[in-house]
Design a protein around this ligand. Sequence first.
Ligand code: TLP
Length: 346
Amino acid sequence: MKVVDLRSDTITQPTDAMRRAMCEAEVGDDVYGEDPTVNRLEEIAAAMLGKEAGLFTASGTMSNLIAILVHTRPGDEILLGSEAHILWYEVGSASAVAGTNLRIVPNDENGSMDLDLVQAAIRPEDIHFPSTTLLCLENTHNRCGGAVLTPEFTTAACDVAHRNGLHVHLDGARIFNAAVAQGKPAADLTAPVDSVCFCLSKSLSAPVGSVLCGSRDFITRARKKRKMLGGGMRQAGVIAAAGQVALDTMLDQLEKDHANAKRFATGLAGIPGIACSIEATVSNIVMFSLPPHVPSREFVDRLREHGVKLNHTSRKAIRAVTHRMIDAGDVDFATDCVRSVLNEFR
Ligand code: TLP
C-alpha cells in the first residue's frame, strides 16, 4: 500500500551520501574537543549563521534548553510567544530544568508578537518581581503554520529586548526554510539575536542533531551546560558527518518542499468544508481545519487507513509537513485522500 507520511520533516532518512560520510568520518573524543568532524560542522554552521562559534547538540530541544540555561538564572522570567515550541513541546524543561518562569505574549498568526506587548511584559526592577532576562523567538514558526519572521521584525524585537537588558534566543529549528522562503541568506535573519539553534534532522534530512550558535563566550558556557545535561557525545563525528553533508547538499531542495506545501494548500483550499490559507503557506508546513462536525483526531486516524499520515495539533487543526521524501504526486494523492475521507463524514 502507498504511504505518504506528512507528519513531520523529522521522518526524513539520511541520504546515501550521508551514510557514506558517516562510515568514513574522521572522529575523536569531542568532550576533549578532539573530534575534527564535529569541530568542522560547528565552524561551518556558525559561519552560515554569522556567529562566532557553534555547538553540536543531540536535538533542538537540547539546544533550546542549553540556551535558556546560559542566558538565565533560576527564578528569572522568560518572555515567549503563546505558540512557541519551547512552551508546547519541550516537556516544560525551561521550568523543570532551568527553573525559569515563563511569561506568555500572544503570537500573531504570522509568528510575530506585538512589540508593545513585549515591552509591557518586561518587569521593572521591584523587590517582588522575577527579573526578565530573555526573549525567545521562533523562525520558521511551527504552530503558526511555518510562518517566517522577517529580518525587520527580528531586529525590532531585539531592539526592544536589548534596550531593556534582555538577551534574545532564536529557535531556528527550520531557519534555512525561513531563509529560502524569503530569498535571503540565513545570517540576515539571525544577525541581531544573541543565540540561535537550528536542526539538522528536520528538512535537512540528517538523522540526528542540532547546532547552537552564538558568541565564543556564549558557546564556551553552553558547552559546559551540554555536558551537565549528559550531552557530551564522544565520537560524535559519526553523526556530525551527516550534518555536514546536510548543509552541503540539502539547502537547494527546500524550495521544492515549499512548492509542494503550496500545492497541497491549494488542493486543500479547493475542497468544500476545508479551511486552508494558500497565502499563509510560505514554507514547508501546511495547516488546515475541518468542518465543525468532523473531529480532527478521528479524521487523522481514518486518513491513515488510506495511507496518508498527518498530525492534528488541536481539536480543529491538522498539520502536514513536506520534506525531501515527498514529491508532487504524493501531495496529489494526499489531497485526493483528504477529499474522499471527508466525504465519509458527510
Ligand atoms: N518539532 C517537532 C515536534 O516536536 C512537534 C515537529 O515535528 O515539528 N523547535 C521547533 C520549532 C521544532 O519544530 C522542533 C521539533 C524543535 C524545536 C525540537 O527539535 P527536536 O525534535 O530535535 O528536539
